[in-house]
Design a protein around this ligand. Sequence first.
Ligand code: GAL
Length: 374
Amino acid sequence: MKKKALFAGLAAGAMIIGLAACSSGTTPASSSGAGDGGLIGVAMPTKSSERWIADGDAVKSQLEAEGFKVDLQYAEDDIPTQVSQIENMITKGAEVLIVASIDGTTLTSVLQDAADANIPVIAYDRLIRDTKNVNYYASFDNLKVGQQQAWSVLNGLGLTELDGTAVAGAPAGPFNVELFAGSPDDNNATFFFNGAMQELQPFIDSGVLVVKSGQTDFNTVATLRWDGEEAQSRLENILTSTYSDGSKVNGILSPYDGISRGIISALQGAGYTLDASWPVISGQDAEIDSVKAINSGEQYATIFKDTRQLAAVAVKMAIAVLNGGTPETNNSTDYDNGKIVVPSMLLDSQIVVKDNIPSVLIDSGYWTEAEING
Ligand code: GAL
């Protein structure tokens, strides 16, 4: 209780002096004095995607190693379930909440209850919107993730290097591409799409890339709840309506491995085979089935975001706020949630293609060779 009161005072002070005071290059949050046996609530969106299971496991085990008790809950992408899980965590006396939201705009009321109980809130990977009651944000550089997704597609088509630099003597195209975005209620989806379009638009403007379906608007290409089956049926419709003249789609911007798998199913269903005409497909999360698909050539690339590192950032943030300190952050400008700019710690992501699976995913211990080849 004492710690919570101290935190509330500090938080109020931080509001007054301005959250822009949080800056990069600060000393990492100390983990000394952690683990008083208190309870931390961890709310995750769904177990249907393997990445969130890895995130939940990593946050839980790291908190337990620091001596905390952990209430880890998954809401199976059902918003009322997530709200009531968070409500329960508050009732049980959680000292901090770490929340990966389903819909970033639906937690305003429950987080007011958390604020009334002086419980600090850390938004995990997805920004929580429309509330001042979110204290910190742990994520990746989401705009950059989107750029990397575009560079994956451009690289697969021979147009740029993986870091986006132009390739001398690149083909003139035109290449047919189709675009997919993530869930419109997830703040990240807009960042990924905007980052990707920043890189793709010049090629569209010059005619090297052609979005043959004409579907380029975020709301048209968005995929509610990141659902692979929804993406599959959207692509099936596009292939029927736009490509039945015998033309082929050459590249597909996908923001997430689960969506990429839906895309692959649609292509197979439409008779595409794994030869020179198979399109370049991007992804995100380095989920095991998609890493296998990269190995077999069905998917060109994914974006690796190390969930163990993200968990470590969130755990450090929790410990720092419980100790009355200020967690390390490196961005105080980009994540305006509609009420406040949330001080953020953004990690780097990496593009994974077939060639660097061993160095990026196996050497780091994220996946074993047996898991990938099994
Ligand atoms: C996003 C997240 C992505 C991906 C997606 C679908 O919020 O940043 O990495 O996991 O959700 O789960």
